[in-house]
Ligand binder design. Structure first.
Ligand SMILES: Nc1ncnc2c1ncn2[C@@H]1O[C@H](COP(=O)(O)OP(=O)(O)OP(=O)(O)O)[C@@H](O)[C@H]1O
Ligand SMILES: [Mg+2]
Length: 1015
């Protein structure tokens, strides 16, 4: 904000403009103020104590630059610091308009923190470097990393922190630092790693991180702060951030996410009152201030400390007495603005000083030599000019050259014409470009130049965009690319830039991606490039569940291809069929095309993985025999190299979509043994590359696999991890899947409250296949809660979605069986029977053991009698073949119950014992309760289960115990599961208590043996 604007803003509100005497010597004012802002009332209980001091003392206080009327604010900060030191991390936001005293208060906070034994990290945003990816974060962490010994550094950079530091190229980054492959969005890896860097630093001793001028912080750094905030509570860290309330050109939304976090303690700085003004005036002018005079000062400055300081110094210069008479002078002089005063001040200095000041205003801060060259001065002249500016109180002493206050810089900068500014930045960019490693700074200068069709400008911006993208700073990448396009670049480069821009925007979830990706399609130099852009656009549309549009985009691209591009046409067709099938609206029109694709895949030994995976996927969903789909998927994996592919240039949200389709097909076809190592490898790879999208879908699929196999704990842990890992822009599609699996796993464990608290509503109302997975889970939850009619409604709506989408496979979601049992529970035998028989027939056609067993079990329960018993026996066998022990226990319970009712108690008892045992092992409490009740009804007296030993561990405890048993440290476990170290500690303590262990060394044996611990 320019000073002139400050004045205008004030006068808009009906206040007199900000004052400064045109004859005053600002240098002493500003320079003096800086020097006087030293640490204020530390330890002083309250302001009234200050007022109680004699006026002599008060004068002293003001003259030494003490903060006036800020003791309450400082006390709040000090108590936050104290809490942080005792292990409860705190977040304080200091908010106030320009010149209200934020920086001064932060200085006090830093001193208080240092005196309290905290390590202080500091950084500030700058106006020019708003698009310097992670600029603010780098300032925070560079010094402690650079200052650390080898040993300390090794500890700080262990694990995730090392990855982030490597990606950002911070000091101590591992030498063999590989940049992420293009196509991977490392933002999560960077944020997660930086969190750990902070946690590791805080583990050494309490930290106070101070960020000034957050309104100018770069988006990536703000994102980091937002990420850190949600985990701050468990660290010995106080984060103190100062910001102006609103500042043109900042990412207001992102800043607001940080400052309006519920954990934030917001300190809004009020203007100084007449009392403080009296004190200030008294310290500089002779005589006791008259209230009329004080009031005039208050009106002229609205109590803004910066302006007050300037005013009082100017009055002192003019030898004006603080009398009622003198108030006239305040009003007269008050017509001038601070900006005007600086201008006059500069005008009185030799010409070369003004030139250097203007050049530095463009640079914001810089080396003497840089500023000299920009000002077209030789070094000696520049050095002299810098000295003059320093004595004039415009520049700080020392190097690099900086202004004493941002308001001063803004004042000089805003006096430049827009042409001068644009030209200045263009020249600054050229000058700085000669310096190695300055690319992002150069690009930041270029952002404020006028477009001029300059290829050099485009190249620099694109270079900076790439660098930002590789660090996961997608906002900055998008800003640079947009400016590059505005230059404009040579026509032939539009396509590539638009594609990159659209991908960055789609990854970050910015609204403009459809437009830019569509423009990429439209400006493609040839049909092949257009088809590739169309595939990217379609994937992004698919990801946001805009399935019909995705099909449309792909079909249009295909229609402009001729016979020379038959392979590409095939890929487009495979890409179109999948999103099309996800949507009940488009599925019917694509059924025939999907079938043709399958025929093509079956008959072509050299079919590409994309085609084979699509064939497998549609084969299963349309309920062809499971082995057909599994074979296609297996062929796809072979054609793709037999392992999870590494990314090579595709956008992160799309790459190897075929791999995901193939793994899902194997899941639905019950090929668990084949699937598990593939998922493990893919998840491991995603962790190494920091690819959060891939990690999310990998964990969701592995969680679903665990759920189907009856390992409820593993399903819960994987999906919880996935949901924690994807709080960054991640495809809602994956979250829906993870949410569905998590709810199902919790219902299985009888954790109904936890399931209700799981994010139930996101995207659930959409009518797509992934949303159906979620609705299915919700239906089971409602039934578990005894809200059977509601549950049935959900299950039937799943059926409706799937039927419209022509998905008949019970291996995908056995909604008919579940709905049939719900009907039965409500006493509606007819629909129950109909649905159960229908599913039985479909499951027999599909042939995968789990689907078959589920259908047989439901049909058996509904049929009852001999047929029921034999169906249930068949179900038990099917589950045994499929290696799904929990489902088997469910069927055993039902069979046991049926036999008991038919008076075959001995047989029933044996089956129910097996069921109870398996249900307990799986942590499936509702099923265990059911089996136990039935068992008692047979006259047996089951031993009371004492909840100790492995069975008593919760899902998270079990997983943490396993990782600890494998030799991982608490920090490593926390990093793997995306939880905090304190959570790990808490869980391990409870594991040790439950298992009666005394050391970690005992864990492996206890876990491996699975031997129950004696009660
Ligand atoms: N409470 C106070 N009492 C006396 N002087 C103060 C007080 N607060 C700030 N000042 C003085 O006012 C001037 C402006 O304060 P400061 O630089 O802290 O403002 P700011 O809010 O950080 O402004 P900006 O938004 O421009 O960064 C400084 O010279 C400082 O010494
Ligand atoms: Mg400030």
């Amino acid at each position: 904000m320019a000073m002139v604007e400050t004045a205008e803003a004030h006068s808009h509100r009906g206040d007199p403009p900000v004052f400064c005497d045109e004859h005053s010597s600002l240098h002493r004012v500003v320079g003096g103020v800086r020097q006087r802002v030293r640490v204020p009332f530390r330890g002083t209980p309250c302001l009234s104590a200050q007022w109680a001091l004699g006026s002599h003392k008060m004068n002293q206080a003001a003259a030494t630059g003490q903060l006036l009327e800020r003791s309450e604010e400082l006390a709040r900060i000090e108590s936050a610091l104290a809490e942080a030191r005792s292990g409860r991390g705190r977040f304080v936001v200091v908010e106030g308009p320009a010149g209200m005293g934020k920086t001064a208060l932060l200085a006090a906070a830093r001193t208080a923190a240092a005196e309290g034994g905290m390590r202080v990290l500091r950084s500030r945003g700058t106006e020019l470097e708003r698009d310097f990816a992670f600029g603010v974060v780098r300032q925070l962490f560079e010094p402690p990393l650079a200052g650390a010994s080898e040993l300390e550094r090794a500890d700080l950079l262990e694990g995730a922190a090392g990855v982030a530091v490597g990606l950002l190229g911070l000091p101590g980054a591992p030498a063999a630092d590989r940049p992420p492959a293009s196509g991977v969005d490392p933002s999560f890896a960077v944020l997660h790693g930086l969190y750990w860097l902070c946690a590791n630093l805080a583990a050494v001793g309490p930290l106070c991180a101070v960020v000034d001028d957050a309104h100018w912080a770069d988006a990536a750094s703000l994102r980091y702060l937002a990420f850190l905030l949600t985990r701050l509570e468990e660290l010995d860290v106080a984060l103190v951030v100062a910001t102006r309330p609103r500042e043109a050109g900042t990412d207001a939304e992102l800043l607001a996410t940080v400052t309006s976090d519920p954990a934030a303690e917001v300190i809004r700085l009020p203007p100084l009152t007449g009392a403080a003004i009296t004190e200030l005036v008294e310290s500089r002018l002779t005589g006791v201030p008259d209230p009329v005079f004080v009031d005039a000062c208050l009106r002229a400055t609205r109590g803004t400390p910066f302006l007050l300081r300037v005013l009082v110094e100017a009055l002192s210069e003019g030898g004006i007495a603080p009398t009622a008479e003198g108030a006239r002078h305040v009003e007269r002089i008050g017509a001038r603005t601070v900006g005007h005063s600086i201008r006059l001040r500069l005008r009185r200095l030799p010409e070369h000083a003004g030139r250097l000041a203007r050049a530095l205003a463009v640079l914001e801060r810089g080396d003497l030599l840089q500023a000299a060259r920009l000002a077209e001065l030789d070094e000696a002249e520049a050095s002299d000019a810098a000295e003059l500016l320093r004595t004039a109180g415009i520049l700080e002493s020392g190097r690099p050259l900086t202004f004493v206050h941002p308001i001063v810089r803004t004042g000089i900068y805003s006096d430049l014409t827009s042409a001068e500014r644009a030209q200045g930045h263009r020249r600054a960019a050229r000058l700085l470009a000669a310096q190695p490693g300055s690319n992002e700074l150069v690009a930041n200068h270029l952002l404020v130049t006028e477009p001029a069709g300059d290829d050099w400008v485009v190249e620099r911006l694109v270079e900076a965009a790439c660098k930002a993208g590789k660090r996961g700073a997608l906002e900055a990448e998008a800003v640079f690319l947009r400016r590059a396009l505005a230059e404009p670049p040579a026509p032939q480069t539009h396509y590539g830039l638009l594609l990159d821009l659209g991908m960055a925007e789609a990854s970050a979830g910015f609204a403009e991606w459809p437009e830019h990706l569509q423009q990429a399609v439209d400006t493609a130099p040839n049909v092949v490039a257009a088809a590739e852009a169309a595939m990217v656009l379609a994937l992004a549309l698919n990801r946001t569940q805009r399935f019909a549009e995705a099909v449309d985009v792909l079909d249009r691209a295909a229609s402009s291809l001729d016979s020379r591009h038959s392979e590409l046409a095939l890929l487009l067709e495979a890409a179109a069929v999948l999103p099309g099938l996800n949507d009940p609206a488009t599925a019917p029109s694509l059924a025939l095309r999907a079938e043709r694709l399958r025929e093509r895949a079956a008959g072509d030994p050299a079919a590409p993985p994309e085609l084979l995976a699509a064939a497998g996927f549609t084969s299963i969903l349309t309920n062809e025999p499971a082995w057909v789909g599994a074979d296609f998927a297996t062929r796809a994996l072979l054609a793709g190299g037999g392992a999870p592919p590494s990314p090579h240039g595709e956008p992160w949200f799309s790459f190897a979509a075929w791999f995901q389709q193939a793994t899902l097909s194997l899941l639905w076809a019950d090929r668990y043994a084949q699937l598990r190592p593939l998922l493990d490898a893919s998840i491991a790879q995603a962790r190494v590359t920091g690819d959060s999208g891939r990690l999310a879908i990998g964990l969701a699929t592995r969680g679903w696999l665990a759920l189907r196999r009856g390992d409820l704990c593993a399903a819960e842990v994987d999906t919880r991890t996935a949901l924690a890992a994807t709080e960054l822009p991640a495809p809602p599609l994956y979250r829906v899947l993870s949410g569905g699996v998590l709810v199902n796993a919790l219902v299985g464990q009888g954790e109904l409250d936890a399931a209700e608290q799981a994010p139930l509503d996101f995207e659930a109302e959409s009518r797509s296949l992934p949303a159906a997975v979620f609705r299915f889970a919700r239906g089971r939850l409602r039934i578990g809660q005894g809200r059977i009619a509601e549950g049935l409604e959900d299950l039937l709506s799943v059926g409706d979605i799937l039927t419209r989408a022509l998905v008949t496979c019970p291996g995908f979601l056995p909604w008919r069986s579940e709905a049939a049992l719900a009907h039965l529970a409500l006493g509606d035998r007819d629909p129950a029977g109909r649905l159960a028989e229908e599913e039985l027939e479909l499951a027999q056609a599909f042939g995968a053991p789990r689907a078959l067993g589920i259908a047989q079990r439901a049909a058996g329960v509904i049929a009852g009698g001999d047929r029921g018993a034999s169906l249930l026996r068949e179900a038990v066998d099917a589950f045994e073949r499929g290696d799904v022990s929990l489902e088997r226990a469910r069927a055993l319970t039902d069979l046991g119950a049926l036999l008991r009712r038919r008076n075959r108690r001995t047989e029933a008892r044996e089956l129910l014992r097996q069921a109870l045992d398996a249900a307990q092992r799986a942590g499936a409490r509702p099923l265990a309760d059911q089996a136990e009740t039935e068992l008692r009804a047979t006259g047996a007296r089951p031993r009371r289960v004492v909840l100790t030993g492995l069975d008593s561990l919760t899902a998270s405890e079990r997983r943490i115990a396993e990782l600890a048993g494998q030799g991982l440290t608490n920090r490593e476990i926390a990093q793997t599961l995306f939880i905090t170290a304190r959570t790990v500690e808490g869980h391990l303590t409870s594991v040790f208590r439950k298992l009666r262990l005394h050391s970690r060394d005992e864990l492996p044996a206890t876990l491996a043996g699975g031997a129950p611990v004696p009660a």
